[in-house]
Design a protein around this ligand. Structure first.
Ligand SMILES: C[S@@+](CC[C@H](N)C(=O)[O-])C[C@H]1O[C@@H](n2cnc3c(N)ncnc32)[C@H](O)[C@@H]1O
Length: 230
């Protein structure tokens, strides 16, 4: 009897976690990330984008209204299927063609050198293996193309950093893997991107969550790896 009860408790918990992750969190993120103060960082991040762009962590399409007219197509990659539904108005109001091509930025289903550029906004913090996602971006972005980014991450001052490392374990559990202490510019460099420009500073909100890195980094060339090599 007790074992039966324990099974149902576990079942209910798993079910509730699933509802929170798949139904509640994408809506919360859509609201939180659609503010004008976040829009300021988006505007900076998308500046100069043109042609075919791959966007891992497309979410609810919050970048669509900011994309320059020179962008012709966006390849969207995101596991949150609800995001596509929440994006409907933005998709309808945009002249850009958006193709939903996959669910995982760690394995982008595109051939090598198939995109002119990439965009990451507030997503590299959440993708489980950031290095893998960046290696995939290096593979699909043409040599000489840029990865544009705006991410919240590791602050410069040690006291905020200490809080970020303390908060991270709880933050990851509450926000489906989102880290507050990732050093995005450093991760990009480690992946072989070359920083073209980068600025960082506090946005609106409590310090550990609001330190933003924005910029763009050059893909100097192919990594030599390919999903199609097998
Ligand atoms: C905080 S939201 C940001 C959404 C959007 N980029 C924005 O700026 O509003 C993080 C997004 O990363 C997505 N994500 C999580 N794991 C991912 C993965 N492995 N590949 C691609 N996207 C992922 C989530 O589903 C979510 O839509």
């Amino acid at each position: 009897m007790r074992r039966h009860k324990a099974f149902w408790c576990l079942f209910c918990q798993t079910h509730l976690v699933g509802i929170y992750r798949d139904q509640v969190l994408p809506r919360l993120v859509d609201r939180a990330c659609s503010s004008a103060s976040v829009g300021r960082w988006r505007k900076k991040a998308v500046t100069g984008l043109a042609g075919v762009v791959v966007e891992p962590g497309f979410g609810s399409g919050a970048n669509l209204p900011y994309y320059p007219a020179e962008v012709t197509k966006v390849y969207a990659v995101d596991p949150a299927v609800l995001g596509q539904k929440l994006a409907v108005d933005r998709l309808t109001n945009s002249s850009i063609e958006v193709d939903f091509i996959g669910l995982d930025g760690q394995a982008i289903p595109l051939p090598d050198d198939s995109c002119d550029a990439g965009l990451l906004t507030f997503s590299l913090c959440t993708i489980p293996d950031a290095a893998m996602a960046l290696s995939e971006l290096r593979r699909v972005i043409k040599p000489g193309g840029f990865l544009h980014f705006a991410e919240h991450g590791l602050a410069e001052d040690p006291s905020t950093q200490r809080w970020q490392f303390r908060i991270d374990p709880v933050q990851k559990r509450l926000f489906d893997g989102c880290h507050v202490s990732r050093n995005h510019p450093e991760l990009l460099r480690q992946a072989g991107f070359e920083m073209d420009w980068h600025e960082s500073g506090y946005g609106k909100g409590p310090g550990p969550w609001s330190y933003i890195h924005v910029g763009r980094a050059l893909n100097p060339g192919s990594t030599g790896s390919s999903l199609n090599d097998s």
